[in-house]
Design a protein around this ligand. Structure first.
Ligand code: M6R
Length: 603
């Protein structure tokens, strides 16, 4: 949700900023802009639309300079116009600022600044920042001092980067929105997320809330907002530059769907013993969860569906388990006590709704655990513990490989919870041996899928309905989300038994039903399928070849047989491919669906 880039000490500052913005475009693509210290002042270029529009604007300008900042925007305040694009500047165009987040007191600041003679042109909350800095600068002992004074006036959430005329330096501050610094020989980078500069360096410093930083070619200084020096450790990320490139694929989504065997292998590496099915979770030795009797999953979107999936499995093993949409968890927090574990599931670790829910639990003294893909993310740092899904960077706005990796990781967590809290001798060996074999089965699905043919047949349907029971109801919801998100077609997911309680009224020969069978409750699912067939709806079985559901279907997206708790993952891969193929046939911008962004850092 808005991407920030910055670099100092590079020769090709403009090219590097544009490359960084292209790598961050998944965070927003309503408008883009950059500012470069070009020796004569701060040059600012911005354009509504995608980063490619900005590239056009900048082409041929021969911008040089040792320091620069860039921004790709997902609109919160004001429409995606050139004027509202970042960077924003002060009245003299000497201070340029890019921002991710929301400045909640911007109305009040805007009024105050206008009364003091500032001309504020855009609708954005961000524009008050350069004017505030300009207001403090004449009296300040240094630019840092003025920057910190301005930052101290802001309420809300922000990651901010600033450039000031005549200084080869970037000033940055973070509170509530992510900001990471990159360290290279003779150059420093800054970004909302590591892929922005991954091709240059894997050595990073994650800024924390309240940090203010100054980056020059030679140095990084970090202080708190009062100017006290702060130490932050340098970490090495284990992602490689190729992870953040499309390679031979047309879209990141397609690439990431195909990365699932690897992602799954990474998720279970060192955690699942292929022979015994024993699970060992680093950082969670036996007894880690012995005080836990209730688990509350909180998450949004696809991660929420992973929570629903995991909750089915954990409930079945006897644990009191609930699943909450994070945005609702904060509105009406469920009762919790010392025996409760709140598990925040978030790929990015930066989703504002999920972070707010986790903060709520932390404030109430409840134990929290982040299940996330991003080491150093806010969720990983604020929770009592973190468990990483190890999927590698996911760039496509549609979450794909991270869903599979979340399920694999959550199953391992479930095993540790059951181990520590139940008197059961059964250690689910069969499930975990099957989990170890799952990557090969995903490979088989990827090699043999008929999703393209099925997509071709049903792409012009009035609506697409997905049904399933147990873990497959979570997959039904996820499949519908994926299809609507990237194809803009109408899709809904239901627990299969619910179809007859209302949605059946929508079923016609123009509404295919995708029935997702796990090998458990398949007979009941078949009855639900028959109810739809009686209304002449075409049925696609997303099922093993020998499932009773397959015998009553018009079309098939076949999955290899596996443990029932894992069949949903294989079915989901088929349905990811289906969504991809439908969106492709409809010529949709698959990696950048309209109105959406990858990381939603506003509530
Ligand atoms: O980073 P998170 O897992 O917290 O993101 C949560 C949702 O915004 C995300 O899963 C969203 O629903 C996906 N882009 C859907 O494909």
């Amino acid at each position: 949700m808005c991407g920030i880039t910055g670099c100092v000490g590079r020769e090709q500052t403009t090219d590097d900023l544009l490359a960084g913005l292209r790598n961050l475009e998944y965070r927003g693509y309503d408008s883009a802009g950059l500012a470069v210290q070009n020796g004569e002042g701060v040059a600012v270029f911005k354009r509504s639309g995608e980063v490619s529009n900005l590239c056009e604007r900048v082409r041929g300008t021969h911008l040089t300079g040792a320091a620069g900042i860039g921004h790709t925007r997902w609109s919160t305040h004001g429409p995606p116009t050139d004027a509202n694009a970042h960077p924003h500047t002060d009245c003299q165009n000497q201070i340029a600022v890019v921002h991710n987040g929301i400045i909640e007191n911007h109305h009040e600041l805007r009024t105050e600044l206008r009364e003091r003679g500032h001309d504020i042109e855009s609708d954005t909350d961000t524009e008050v920042v350069p004017h505030l800095v300009a207001e403090f600068l004449p009296e300040a002992t240094s630019t840092e001092d003025a920057f910190r004074s301005a930052i101290a006036r802001l309420d809300g959430s922000y990651a901010i980067a600033m450039l000031v005329e005549g200084e080869d330096a970037i000033y940055a501050a973070r509170d509530g929105s992510p900001l990471v610094l990159g360290i290279d020989e003779g150059a420093h980078f800054l970004a909302s997320d590591v892929p922005a500069f991954l091709e240059f360096t894997d050595r990073v410093i994650y800024l924390e809330d309240g940090d203010v930083a100054k980056l020059t070619t030679d140095e990084i200084e970090i202080t708190d907002v009062d100017g006290n020096s702060v130490e932050r450790s340098v970490q090495t990320v284990d992602w490689v530059p190729e992870d953040a490139k499309k390679g031979e694929y047309d879209h990141f989504m397609h690439k990431e769907i195909h990365e699932q065997p690897t992602a799954l292998r990474q998720a279970i590496r060192g955690r699942v013993d292929p022979d015994t099915g024993e699970v060992t979770l680093e950082d969670f030795p036996e007894g880690s969860f012995e005080s836990i009797d209730t688990v509350q999953f909180v998450a949004c979107g696809t991660s929420y569906h992973a929570g629903l999936y995991a909750a089915e499995v954990l409930t079945e093993r006897g644990m009191r388990t609930t699943v909450h949409r994070a945005s609702e968890f904060v509105v009406n927090p469920p009762p919790a006590d010392d025996g409760t574990l709140v598990v925040g599931i978030t790929q990015s670790g930066e989703t504002a709704d999920t972070l707010a829910a986790l903060d709520d639990a932390i404030e109430r003294g409840i134990r929290t655990l982040a299940v996330t893909n991003v080491v150093g993310s806010t969720a990983a740092r604020t929770c009592d513990d973190a468990l990483f899904i190890r999927a590698g960077p996911e760039i496509g706005v549609a979450a794909t490989k991270t869903f599979s990796s979340q399920i694999a990781t959550l199953l391992c967590l479930i095993r540790a919870l059951v181990r520590d809290t139940m008197d059961s001798a059964d250690h689910d060996a069969e499930l975990f041996r099957a989990l170890h074999a799952l990557p090969n089965k995903v490979e088989h699905v990827l090699e043999t899928s008929r999703a393209q043919q099925v997509a071709h047949r049903y792409q012009t349907s009035e609506a697409h309905f997905f049904i399933g029971r147990h873990t497959a109801q979570a997959v039904a919801l996820e499949a519908a989300l994926k299809l609507k998100e990237i194809s803009y077609e109408h899709a809904e997911g239901f627990p299969a038994g619910e179809l007859k309680h209302g949605p059946l009224a929508l079923v016609t020969p123009e509404t295919p039903i995708f029935a997702i069978a796990t090998g458990r409750n398949d007979e009941k699912l078949r009855s639900n399928v028959e109810e739809a067939r009686a209304r002449k709806a075409p049925v696609v079985a997303v099922a093993a070849a020998d499932s009773p559901v397959s015998t009553v279907a018009d079309d098939h997206l076949t999955i290899p047989s596996t443990h029932p708790d894992l069949a949903g993952v294989l079915a989901n891969v088929q349905l990811q491919l289906l969504s991809y193929q439908v969106a492709s046939l409809l010529d949709r911008p698959i990696d950048k669906p309209r109105n959406l962004a990858k990381s939603v850092t506003v509530e």
